[in-house]
Design a protein around this ligand. Structure first.
Ligand SMILES: Cc1cc2nc3c(=O)[nH]c(=O)nc-3n(C[C@H](O)[C@H](O)[C@H](O)COP(=O)(O)O)c2cc1C
Length: 189
């Protein structure tokens, strides 16, 4: 009897949490994002930014797009970090990417790992090669301890004519409270 009661109570609790999340997501969508066409574009080398991008997509109901360089980065950390990524950073190289037409979107979430104190070079290409005139960019950054640097300002310089909002900045892929943190940030937009 005790066991049945326990199962019943935990089911009610789980259903409560689920409906809270749904209501919350709906509130997000009916806030500043209502009736807007949303794209969540991101680059991710080791999966952290991808994880955050998927959470933002789930909460906003937007489309999702992974920015990928035509020439993929090596899977070896040192080769990427101290080789090609460092060289691209130092020389200001915007590597060719598989691009996406953003013309039909109003709000574009742009996600990047912090790479050498700024956004990753494929994200620079994405911002420089698309027309963001009159659009809103919402940055999100994952990092390894250095924070968000001035990545939002760096984005502003590349995405001509865009309004760039305050970024969501998180260490790695975030902790247990990351979904709630994203919800609160989205509600502030
Ligand atoms: C090439 C490279 C450069 C990096 N530079 C920085 C940095 O300047 N500051 C920092 O805090 N983390 C740095 N990191 C760590 C990443 O920002 C961090 O692990 C991030 O969450 C990785 O995201 P991802 O899994 O989506 O690729 C760097 C990682 C790589 C591979």
């Amino acid at each position: 009897m005790k066991k049945i009661l326990l199962i019943l109570l935990s089911t009610i609790f789980a259903a409560g949490i689920a409906s809270y999340n749904i209501v919350n997501a709906a509130q997000t969508k009916t806030g500043g994002l209502m009736d807007k066409k949303i794209l969540v574009a991101y680059f991710s080398w080791s999966g952290n930014t991808k994880s955050i991008a998927q959470k933002i997509q789930a909460q906003t109901g937007g489309d999702i797009f992974e920015i990928t360089p035509v020439t993929p980065y090596p899977s070896d950390y040192n080769e990427t970090a101290y080789g090609i990524a460092k060289e691209q950073k130092e020389k200001g190289i915007h590597p060719p990417i598989h691009n996406k037409d953003v013309s039909s979107y109003d709000i574009i979430f742009v996600g990047t790992p912090a790479w050498w104190y700024t956004m990753a070079p494929p994200v620079m290409t994405f911002l420089a090669e698309n027309n963001f005139e009159g659009k809103t960019i919402v940055p999100f950054v994952t990092h390894g301890g250095g924070g968000g640097y001035t990545i939002d300002k760096d984005m502003e310089k590349l995405a001509k004519g865009a309004k760039v909002l305050s970024p969501f900045v998180v260490y790695g892929k975030g902790g247990a409270g990351v979904d709630k943190d994203i919800t609160e940030w989205l509600n502030r937009i």
